[in-house]
Design a protein around this ligand. Structure first.
Ligand SMILES: Nc1nc2c(ncn2[C@@H]2O[C@H](COP(=O)(O)OP(=O)(O)OP(=O)(O)O)[C@@H](O)[C@H]2O)c(=O)[nH]1
Ligand SMILES: [Mg+2]
Length: 432
């Protein structure tokens, strides 16, 4: 396998050391998101070398931090020899410029770190085009005051060959919005071609008669590990690093009892993904949109499982596929101890598995066979007494498995067809 670009780069230059900077209204509030930022910074090939948090009601509109705090940060950067300040928020171009000047160092916001990871992890031409599109979308409203970064941010392509706008010595600032839009339109056209090519492949697959199952979930949940485990060989790289996978891989998998399916693994999601990233990755996520069945892979050992699930719901909503039949997989069950009972209360139809040890995979294969053959997926509902008529399913579209009449509502376990899922969604038991 060729060496990933980020590792190649790290052989040439020492990794940059970053100070993580955040603001919180209430002390201790940003703990989770700073932990996540630390992992993002590491995934971008930098070393998270320290954290600095200021408690203040809202960010300063010009400089994000207050003046006194900026001086403190500058002193710390100098004393510890740090190269970058990474801010745990999305900054305006004004804030980036003002902070950069006050701190005399490179300032990156959370979105730029994510875009950096994506740029480093893109392996295919399609991935690279999508990352470039996302970067340009990020850059467009921030052009003013950012001229010097432009050629670098656009991966050098804008400056030189592609449309040949910048002559030697000409300031990058002169690459105006019109030029960016031109490049963006070009990328979109190329991506449209990718999508069309995929459509041809898809219709060929459909003729082969194999259903497509799409793995979706939070980054690092174990989607690639699960595809490898089901395929019985290493099809895709799985690593303990955020956004390891950026491209879609589809593999034919034997689910037992003479049932086969195609399973797709794709880019993971993250809480508060930068605006525009999902739309830029539309071509990659296209397979998810066409899957017959989705499998939501959750890391059951994460105390904030609810955030993972909510994020998946949001992204699937953005892709317009909330009504697709979906199985919920509680992965990394080997790491779950006494909190297991709580997790199962949170996700009663979740299927506990470990992609690492293989535990629970037989149950998952059986659930996949069942869902694919009947088109029905399991759900647990809390139905108010005035909604019981929803349990009268049209023939073949749903079954009541069992019910428990409680004072406040009826707890009903059902199997229903995707056509009914949307109607029942308000009553589906989700995270408390
Ligand atoms: N203990 C344990 N670790 C697991 C399990 N499944 C995956 N992992 C680990 O979790 C990390 C992430 O796994 P991946 O399969 O790369 O996760 P992913 O969902 O594909 O992540 P992205 O591609 O970044 O979206 C790796 O270090 C895996 O070895 C599991 O069942 N148990
Ligand atoms: Mg992966």
């Amino acid at each position: 396998m060729t060496q990933p670009p980020d590792q190649r780069e790290s052989l040439l230059a020492p990794p940059r050391r970053a100070l993580l900077v955040g603001i919180e209204r209430v002390r201790g509030q940003s703990c989770r998101s700073l932990g996540e930022l630390e992992r993002l910074v590491a995934a971008a090939g930098m070393i998270p070398a320290g954290v600095l948090v200021q408690t203040r009601p809202r960010p300063h509109p010009d400089t994000f931090l207050g003046k006194g705090k900026l001086r403190q940060v500058r002193a710390r950067l100098a004393a510890e020899g740090l190269d970058v300040a990474v801010v745990n928020a999305e900054l305006s171009s004004r804030q980036v410029a003002a902070m950069g000047e006050a701190l005399d160092c490179t300032v990156m916001d959370r979105t730029e770190v994510i875009l950096e990871i994506f740029a480093q992890h893109a392996r295919t031409r399609e991935g690279a085009l999508q990352v470039e599109l996302a970067r340009l979308e990020y850059l467009l409203p921030r052009l003013v005051g950012r001229g010097a970064d432009l050629s670098q941010i656009a991966g050098g392509r804008l400056a030189g060959g592609a449309i040949g706008v910048r002559g030697p010595g000409e300031p990058a600032l002169e690459l105006d919005r019109r030029v960016l839009r031109h490049r963006m339109n070009l990328i979109k056209r190329r991506l449209d071609e990718v999508v069309q090519h995929r459509e041809v492949e898809r219709s060929e697959r459909e003729r082969a008669g194999l259903p497509l199952v799409g793995l979706v979930g939070y980054t690092n949940g174990g989607k690639s590990s699960l595809l490898n485990a089901l395929a019985g060989e290493e099809v895709v790289a799985a690593h303990d690093r955020l956004f390891e996978t950026l491209d879609t891989t589809i593999r034919r998998v034997d689910l037992g009892e003479r049932t086969e399916a195609l399973i797709s693994d794709t880019v993971g999601f993250l809480d508060d993904l930068p605006t525009g990233l999902i739309s830029a990755f539309r071509a990659t996520l296209e397979e998810t949109v066409h899957a017959a069945l989705l499998v939501e892979v959750l890391d059951a050992s994460d105390p904030l499982l609810g955030v993972q699930h909510d994020t998946v719901e949001n992204v699937l909503g953005e892709l317009g596929v909330l009504d697709k039949p979906r199985l919920i997989v509680l992965n990394k069950w080997d790491l779950v101890n006494e909190e297991g009972a709580r997790v199962l209360r949170q996700f009663p139809e979740g299927i506990p598995i470990s992609a690492l040890t293989g535990a629970g995979l037989d149950n998952l294969r059986a659930a996949l066979r069942e869902a694919l053959s009947s088109g029905l997926v399991p759900l647990t509902l809390h139905l108010p007494y005035n909604r019981l008529q929803l349990l009268q399913f049209p023939p073949g579209l749903g079954r009541l498995l069992d019910s428990d009449y409680r004072p406040e509502h009826v707890v009903a376990r059902v199997r229903v067809h995707s056509r009914l899922v949307q109607r029942l969604r308000p009553y589906v038991v989700a995270v408390p």
